[in-house]
Design a protein around this ligand. Structure first.
Ligand code: PHE
Ligand code: FE
Length: 288
């Protein structure tokens, strides 16, 4: 049935948004969301930052089916002024940044098929909404995302998008944080993936390294598999402090510095866990 209506380009508005067409989701599509959410919630219990699951509850997205963005927005708007807007797929960088800078989170609204629960070639509504939206209820994280959007518009004009994209990747998508209860997940790419939820925290293979802004912006990443390295922040407040400086001089300084491969460890790193690298070696493509 109409999977297509949730990625209908003909519908596209000037800001690349479309209508979610929530009424058009099939029972099977809602069931797919339920299966994914009911699998992630218990798995995330002692692995994700505790506020994440509280926010999943506050947004009623734990079971029930694909959330209606209008309902999410009632809660988000009241709490932190954010809104989720529906888009048919990836949008141009400048459009994406402009949405974030205005506290709008662009989310796809189609959902993967039941046959491909663990297989994702591009983000779907489960990744975008279950993974990204809960933390938009956290005031500090909510500010960080908006500032990132503004920083993106600026970086675009400074030829620094590749640098800034790495920051997003290693925080918003694949970030870990540490507190008294040890390491916790906050990255959406991890939190929406059954396999990576376990791998990122429990597997001896990947490196876990203390967050350092320049180090992160110099580090390549893989888009096709689990990460070889996860960077660990000391909470959202520390992340905000580390990123509120003007990046202009940092970008300039980095022009002459070499990049790090995804699995590489630098002498100056704060290594929390030196990965065995086994997972990627087994696939014959470790990078360091
Ligand atoms: N401070 C950054 C700059 O000057 C912008 C930014 C803020 C980027 C927060 C990411 C997160 O470009
Ligand atoms: Fe994402």
């Amino acid at each position: 049935m109409p999977v297509e209506i949730h990625r209908d380009m003909a519908d596209l508005k000037a800001d690349f948004t479309i209508d979610q067409h929530w009424d058009s989701y099939t029972d099977e599509e809602h069931a797919t969301w339920r299966v994914l959410a009911e699998r992630q919630v218990p798995l995330l219990k002692d692995r994700v930052v505790p506020e994440f699951l509280a926010h999943v509850d506050a947004l009623s997205m734990g079971g029930g089916g694909v959330p209606d963005f209008r309902r999410l927005n009632e809660v988000l708007e009241a709490e932190t002024g954010w809104n989720v807007v529906a888009v048919p797929g990836l949008v141009p960088d400048a459009v994406f940044f402009d949405h974030l800078a205005n506290r709008r989170f662009p989310a796809t609204c189609f959902i993967r098929s039941m046959e491909e629960l663990d297989y994702l070639e591009e983000p779907d509504v489960f990744h975008d909404v279950f993974g990204h939206v809960p933390l938009l209820l956290d005031p500090v994280y909510a500010d960080y995302m908006q500032e990132y959007g503004k920083g993106g518009l600026k970086a675009d004009g400074q030829g620094a998008l590749r640098r800034l994209a790495r920051l997003y990747w290693y925080t918003v998508e694949f970030g870990l944080t540490r507190s008294e209860d040890g390491l916790r997940i906050f990255g959406a790419g991890i939190a929406s993936s059954k396999g990576e939820t376990v791998f990122a925290l429990d597997d001896p293979s990947p490196n876990r390294i203390g967050f350092n802004l320049e180090r992160v912006m110099r580090t390549d990443y893989r888009i096709d598999d689990f990460q070889e390295t996860y960077f660990v922040i000391d909470g959202f407040e520390a992340l905000r402090r580390a990123t509120e400086v003007d990046f202009t001089t940092i970008y300039a300084r980095m022009e002459d510095t070499p990049d790090f491969a995804p699995g590489e460890i630098a002498e100056t790193d704060t290594v929390l866990h030196r990965g065995t690298g086994r997972y990627h070696q087994g696939k014959g493509r470790a990078t360091a």
